[in-house]
Design a protein around this ligand. Structure first.
Ligand code: ATP
Ligand code: MG
Length: 519
């Protein structure tokens, strides 16, 4: 059997037909069921689309999303999960950008589906939860109709490693989201399973990440390829994460830092039995060492960090479980994103000249591997900017390598603050401020300044809104721990930090706001 998702699912269905593949709420599909149902969906989709066409999904976490992903892969189609946190007009704009031929949708998102049908008259909309007996307009199908209109034979178009299989949009943290097209070869992730997750036949994986981010789509593909049981988190709620871990004896989970934070803050968390957890993988945004130490302490399982991006179809480095011992003399490694995965080359290059920089020096992180995508969807200029002459991909992240080869991701190149000629990476300042007891959450940005170019400004959400410390307190707290030019000149208190549709803090939004209110 081959290495890619369709062949892996077929393999598990033949070897262990009755093994559970995916559970959401009260619905469980075995590998045999997943395999035959996706054959039917795949053949049905083939009749509705052109070769290599785009099949969109606007679904929360549910089994139909998993089935659509596998079915599209089997039929040589490209799966395009859309971010359901986007406002209807923006989601519709993404659907149009992708040129969807089919859109699988939940009735909750009917307004977006209507906007897509207006813009793309030939699109077939499939409603997964259409009310029984209701009549649907022409061009709108029920999920049942899709499943039953197909035939039982795998179309067999999922075997070409160079075929496009997934189109995701970047999170839009530094600009407008960009479409990224990945092939089977890009998505292939065998080293992850072998070296990082150490799957056992009875492993149970929690999937709490939406499919529209690479961390989510990659994690699902990794888990199904390994043949483990995947439990989907329905509606997002941190208490549900704890409940599902206990109920399904979850062994593996991939969580993002904000979810870890919410999970640890669940009142009465200690009453849940989370002892089944063997490994928590985390990544997709920076984590503070404070939060990481709390999580290690509270959850008591192995931790593995992944660093990567949509354009690299998932992680390029991993910080191994053994590097998470916070008491050892290697505790500084908790700030590292780990070592490159086998087959991945990582270098640090000068942002302006592109020259390769030596160990210890900070610059832009670039990487080369078969997981690098060929480019963006319909954005030739941005694609040209993404890839270097010698086949490396510019991550847009700043960082350095140490002598042993550990990668330290400092921050986004675009977020670096230049104040009085000195470079300040916001995360370094945020990490220090996050340790102040009054600080609930903090984002640091550069605000334009006549003399200094930019000044360091900290935007703080207080742990307790009724207990704001004196601004100078926080400034002194930072000055005592960092070089003086890194300390904030100004502290701004806010009720909530602005976040993008993927939950990441939007420093660019803060910059714009502060620029407008500048004194
Ligand atoms: P956009 O490219 O549209 O601005 P984005 O870069 O946030 O948005 P993604 O591709 O979803 O979109 O996220 C990748 C980015 O997430 C990386 O470039 C990096 O900045 C950040 N990231 C991912 N993993 C880690 C990690 N382990 N530690 C720190 N940052 C991480
Ligand atoms: Mg990016």
């Amino acid at each position: 059997s081959g290495l890619h998702l369709p062949q892996r699912v077929r393999h598990h269905a033949a070897e262990r037909p009755g093994a559970p593949a995916v559970t959401c709420g009260d619905t469980t599909l075995t590998y045999a069921e997943l395999d035959w149902r996706t054959n039917r969906i795949a053949t049905a989709l083939s009749t509705l689309t052109s070769r290599g066409g785009r099949v969109g999904a606007l679904l929360r976490m549910r089994t139909e999303g998993v089935e659509t992903f596998v079915a599209a892969a089997k039929s040589g189609l490209v799966f395009v999960p859309l971010n359901w946190r986007l406002p209807a007009a923006e989601a519709a704009a993404v659907a149009v950008d992708a040129g969807l031929e089919v859109l699988i949708v939940e009735s909750e998102f009917a307004a977006t589906a209507d906007a897509v049908r207006d813009a793309l008259p030939h699109v077939v909309v499939v409603v997964v939860d259409a009310a029984d007996g209701g009549t649907l307009p022409p061009g709108v199908w029920t999920w049942e109709r899709l499943v039953t209109s197909g035939t039982a034979t795998d179309p067999g178009l999922g075997d070409d490693p160079a075929a496009e299989v997934l189109q995701l949009y970047t999170s839009g943290t530094t600009g407008r989201p960009k479409g990224v097209v990945a092939t089977h070869r890009n998505l292939h992730n065998e080293p992850d399973g072998l070296l990082i997750y150490h799957w056992k036949p009875d492993s149970v994986a929690l999937d709490a990440l939406p499919l529209f981010h690479i961390a989510g789509a990659g994690w699902l593909s990794t888990c199904l390829s390994a043949g483990v049981h995947v439990v989907l988190l329905g509606a997002f709620d941190a208490r549900q994460v704890a409940e599902l871990i206990e109920r399904h004896r979850i062994t593996h989970a991939f969580l993002v830092p904000s979810t870890i934070q919410m999970l640890l803050d669940v009142p009465g968390l200690e009453r849940y039995d989370v002892s089944s957890l063997e490994l928590v993988a985390y990544g997709s945004a920076p984590i503070t060492t404070t939060l990481l130490r709390r999580a290690i302490d509270r959850l008591g399982c192995g931790f593995v960090q992944r660093y990567g991006m949509t354009e690299t179809t998932g992680s390029i480095t991993a910080l191994a479980a053994r590097d998470h011992d916070p008491s050892g003399d290697r505790a500084h490694l908790l700030r590292s994103a780990g070592m490159p995965m086998p087959g991945v080359e990582v270098e640090i290059r000068d942002v302006l000249t592109g020259a390769r920089l030596p160990v210890g020096e900070s610059g832009e992180i670039v990487c080369r591997s078969r997981n690098n995508v060929a480019g963006y969807w319909k954005r030739p200029d941005e694609t040209a900017n993404l890839l270097t002459q010698d086949g490396f991909l510019r991550t847009g992240d700043a960082g350095h390598l140490d002598a042993e080869g550990y990668l330290f991701v400092t921050d986004r190149v675009k977020d670096m603050i230049i104040t009085g000629g000195e470079n300040v990476y916001p995360i370094e300042v945020e990490t220090v401020l996050a340790e102040h007891p009054a600080v609930g959450e903090v984002a640091v940005v550069g605000v334009p300044h006549r003399t200094w170019g930019e000044t360091v400004t900290a935007v703080v959400r207080l742990a307790d809104p009724s207990d704001a410390p004196d601004e100078q307190d926080l400034i002194d707290f930072t000055a005592a721990r960092l070089a003086s030019y890194k300390k904030p000149r100004e502290i701004v208190y806010v009720a909530e930090l602005p976040r993008g549709a993927s939950g990441k803090v939007l420093r660019r939004a803060l910059r714009e706001e502060l620029r407008d209110t500048e004194v």
